[in-house]
Structure formats: C-alpha cells, structure tokens
Write a protein that binds this ligand. Sequence first.
Ligand code: GDP
Length: 452
Amino acid sequence: MVLAQLGGSISRAIQQMSNATIIDEKALNDCLNEITRALLQSDVQFKLVRDMQTNIKKIVNLDDLAAGHNKRRIIQQAIFNELCKILDPGKPSFTPKKGKTSVVMFVGLQGSGKTTTCTKYAYYHQKKGWKPALVCADTFRAGAFDQLKQNATKAKIPFYGSYTESDPVKIAEEGVERFKKENCDLIIVDTSGRHKQEAALFEEMRQVSEATKPDLIIFVMDSSIGQAAFDQAQAFKQMVAVGAVIITKMDGHAKGGGALSAVAATKSPVIFIGTGEHMDEFEVFDVKPFVSRLLGMGDWSGFMDKIHEVVPMDQQPELLQKLSEGNFTLRIMYEQFQNLLKMGPIGQVFSMLPGFSAELMPKGHEKESQAKIKRYMTMMDSMTNEELDSSNPKLMNDSRMMRIARGAGRPIRDVMEMLEEYKRLAKVWSKMKGLKIPKKGEMSSLSRNMNA
Ligand code: GDP
C-alpha cells in the first residue's frame, strides 16, 4: 500500500525538523512543505492539503517549540489531528440494526469493486448472525448478475436478479419487496457502475434510490482513483444521499490519497476497506488507528482491543502487567508465540504493533511464519530457566547457543536468527514500558497516552 510511503515521508519530515537546532518559521515551513508534497504525491486533493497546512500553522505555536517542548510530538499530534479531521466528517453513518429490515444501496464507478464489495458486506454481516440478501440492479454490465449470483451462492446468501428484465428500477423494487417479505434484515442493492459524465445513468441511479428508499447509500471507491476522486465522489453525493464510503483495493499499489478526498467530498465516513479479492478480505475502518498506523505511531487502541478480544480473560492481567514492565524475556516471547499459534489467523494481535507484522509474519506467508515460530519454540524448549527468564542478551554466549542448537537438532545459525528476532521484538515491546493498564472501554485514553 503506497499510503504507507506517505506515512513514511511525513514521519521523516517531522524527524528532520525535530533534529534541527533551532525551530524557527523556516524550519517549520520546510517541514510543512515536505508534508504537503508527500500528500499531493499521494493524490490528496490540492485544496484539502492547502487547508491542512494553514490549520497546522495556526495550531503549532513556534514559541512553544522554542521553549523546548517536545517538538516532534506537538507537530505529529497536529498532523494526526488534521488527518483525522479529513477522514472523520464528524457524524457517523446510519448503522443498520440486526433483526430490523434495512435497505443498503451500493453506488460507484464501473470497476470500483462494487459487486465484490456487496458480497463482502453481506458475508461480513452474515457471519455475525444477520440475514442478508443481495439484489442485482446492474442491468448495464453483461455478466454482472452472473458474478453476483456466483458470489452469493458461494456464501449461501439469497439473491435476486434477472437475465431478461432491462429496467434496473423494476428489478430493484421487486427484489427489495421479496426480501422484505422473507424478513431479511439487510437487503443490499447492487447498481451499475457509472461516472458523472453519464447523465442518463446518473438519473437512473436516482430512480433506483427513489424506488427502493434505501436507509443507507454506500459509495464504493477504488483506492487508485487518484485526483479525480473528489469530483466523482461529489457528483454521486449531489445525485443521491451518499451516507458512507467503502474504499477498495487497499492491498494494491494505489497511492490511496484519493480516499481522503472522497470523504471530504461526500462528508461521509469510510466504514470499511477492501484488502483483497476474497470474500473475507474486508476490514472495519476506524479513523484514529488508521492514521496512527499511517504515521508509524502504532495502532495502540486496536492492539488493546485485540488483546481483550482474543487473549483468554484469565491471562489478560498478567500479559498487560508484563507489557507495562517492558521487560521482554524469551519466556514471554515463547508464551506469545503459543498464543499466536492458538489464535488462528496468525498475527492478528501483534500485527497491530509496528515492527511485529511485516517481518515476523508477512501477509500471504502465514504457513511459513507458523513453521518458523514452531522452529523457534523447539529451540526455546532446549533452553534453561535461567536463559528463558533473563532479559540480558549477553547471557547467550557461544557455548550456550551451541548446546541449544544440539538439543533442538538445528544448526547454530537458526539459534542466532531466533535470538535476533527476540532482540527485535524486545525493542518493540520496550516501547510499552509504563503502559497504563486499561479496562475495556478505556481504550481511547490509552491510545492518547501511548501516542504522546
Ligand atoms: P464493479 O464493476 O464495481 O462491480 O467491480 P467488481 O466487483 O467486478 O470488481 C472489479 C475487480 O476488482 C474484480 O476483479 C475484483 O476481484 C477486484 N476487487 C474488488 N475489490 C478488491 C479489493 O479490495 N482488492 C483487490 N485486490 N481487488 C479487488
């Protein structure tokens, strides 16, 4: 994801500025210009970038910086807030309620991933016990109905469409009617892809909306759309009451900045992102953790939520206590590996932390990662208690490493590799020293503390 590069460029600009001996207006301007360039290169709309620059200048007080306050933190916080402001229109979208019928209509440009996203959205809710249904009102694209039918059948989701009827309004109306009678609680209407120059298709979209009276209209946008994002999104919003945005193909090489522009144009929040072609490659979108990750600040709130979600209740206090002590021993690493292997989709928890995901368990290589972790654990099984409980890297001399290698039947370079991994993880872990142990529901204050 190229958005990650944007985060890297912004972090570098802040770092460079905080290294300067004197922070004067010029240093601040240089930093902001660097950030502006990075945002524009990522396809964020020009006006948004300019407004952001003006706002940051207003917020950041040079006197505070000169007085030796933590410059990096002040600027980073201002940028964090501004990016959150762009991505958070300030009002939540309509949220369908389980058990109560809602109609959700999907709109967007052709090829944006609408049909795929409709099924992902249905499947996501179905897994949570909803009764979704899909209606294909895309009569424009040959094969659209087949595609929806195939996806729906795979996911065992009821669907409605027609090979012969050419009026999308009629199909949409009939489909919604039928599924209302069948007591489906989430009726999803897929529509044809179109763009703002196609006046007739835009009018047709309005008619489908009028006929089905959706509770929510979701604008689906491909993350690679670039600078055109703002105008296109705005055109859709002017024609129908777009209430939420889903950005697709976040797994690709798109610059992704158009996502920020689409939110600004529709004044609607991003609610999910698509991260692959498969049905379950679909994530709930949360502004603060996203921007934190973008700026390399680590997704602490998501991390804590995940701990509460997946670490067994009785083990949480102990784990959090260990985190707060920041003292990472090989035994802790062993226990965390055990948790990771038990938890299913490996890396769910630790992938939230900067440094844990990319190297230890790269996406798409889960099998190899599991094998590697098991190998590490076998070697740790040959360690003494003293070795497991020490956080002193010097303890591991050559003769100890040789003994461990022999015991585990592995070459010594494997032991060295495992110890390197331990050192790397210990570094990440040490950042959590002093962690305030939160109760569930106190995550946002924790996230603030950690980001500070
Ligand atoms: P529509 O014309 O808007 O209905 O778009 P489709 O749903 O047919 O999707 C167009 C293409 O994008 C298909 O090949 C999809 O598999 C692909 N696609 C959709 N969402 C994603 C995503 O999140 N990631 C990736 N890599 N591909 C996606």
